[in-house]
Design a protein around this ligand. Structure first.
Ligand SMILES: C[S@@+](CC[C@H](N)C(=O)[O-])C[C@H]1O[C@@H](n2cnc3c(N)ncnc32)[C@H](O)[C@@H]1O
Length: 285
């Protein structure tokens, strides 16, 4: 449900504070939630998250590479990338998320460097030109108001020849009103605009045991063309851009069915809606 936007000297700082409170409160519940399958990582040293398993055919070989997971949350995908042989750093602004990520890395005997910082400050805290790849997505870009600023950060983080790998919620999906029961209804901006989409919701995108007090969050959509153009303007070469008719979470409750691999797609007419996309872009040598 849309709410009034915060007033005051720096609305972006106020939006960020709301989002941080929401993520800090959700992180421990997510680590306990069945959906993140944390126990599978503890039980099986070769287990990979559904997200990274889906990515594998497009990701390519990462053994021996230095990788950065931007907005790594509780670190399940970061750990999966480490298990594929990459030396991983995970960055997130949520200390509670990183505490869960560190706990999982320690419990599985995996060395991962976790760094608490805003995504926009990643170059400041990690240094420029250090990574063979930057991995992000599945609900990451939508928390950042400016896709052009993000693309400059990603480009600066990469070594020459390094690549960005993102599988992200499709802007067409983010533009839909999930509360309309009997149809797909476009309600929110497809294109990036300054004003955020503000939600008041005491739950999460997956089932947890908790009603959350930090219910307000603010997000921004970024059209496919805007994201691609922002990366091209940084001089990155787009190597692939593939739209998928499924997402790894129940993005439109009541309208989707889940397959055996944890991917959700429209129960009827799945060809109507791109739900996620994968993009790989490379920095020139
Ligand atoms: C849905 S998670 C995405 C991560 C991953 N796909 C997952 O599901 O585990 C979004 C993450 O972005 C982080 N985040 C949101 N805004 C951020 C910002 N401005 N800087 C750094 N991290 C941010 C949150 O703390 C959260 O951990």
């Amino acid at each position: 449900m849309a709410k009034a936007t915060p007033s005051g000297a720096d609305p972006l700082a106020a939006y960020r504070a709301d989002n941080l409170a929401a993520w800090d409160e959700r992180a421990p519940a997510h680590a306990r939630a069945a959906g993140y399958k944390v126990q599978n990582f503890l039980d099986d040293s070769s287990y990979l998250s559904d997200v990274v398993t889906f990515d594998l055919p497009l990701l390519g070989e990462i053994t021996g590479m230095r990788g950065l997971h931007l907005q790594c949350h509780i670190g399940t995908d970061t750990l999966s990338l480490a298990r594929l042989g990459a030396t991983m750093t995970g960055l997130d602004f949520s200390g509670a998320s990183l505490a869960e990520a560190q706990r999982l890395a320690d419990a599985t005997g995996t060395h991962i460097d976790f760094v608490q910082a805003d995504a926009y400050d990643a170059v400041k805290v990690l240094g420029a030109g250090r990574f063979d790849f930057v991995f992000t997505g599945i609900g990451a870009l939508c928390w950042l108001p400016d896709v052009r600023r993000w693309s400059a950060v990603v480009s600066d983080l990469l070594k020459p020849g390094g690549f960005l790998f993102i599988r992200e919620g499709h802007p067409m999906l983010w533009s839909l009103d999930e509360n309309v029961d009997d149809d797909l209804a476009v309600r929110y901006p497809y294109f990036e605009v300054a004003a955020p989409i503000t939600d008041d919701y005491d739950g999460s995108y997956l089932e947890t045991d908790t009603k959350f007090r930090a219910s307000i969050s603010h997000s921004w959509n970024h059209g496919i063309g805007e994201t691609v153009t922002a990366l091209l303007d940084q001089g990155l070469v787009i190597e692939l851009l593939i739209e998928h008719d499924s997402a790894p979470w129940e993005a439109l409750p009541g309208k989707l069915v889940e397959d055996a691999h944890g991917e959700w797609h429209l129960a009827e007419g799945r060809e109507r809606l791109p739900m996620t996309y994968t993009l790989r872009a490379r920095k020139s040598l």
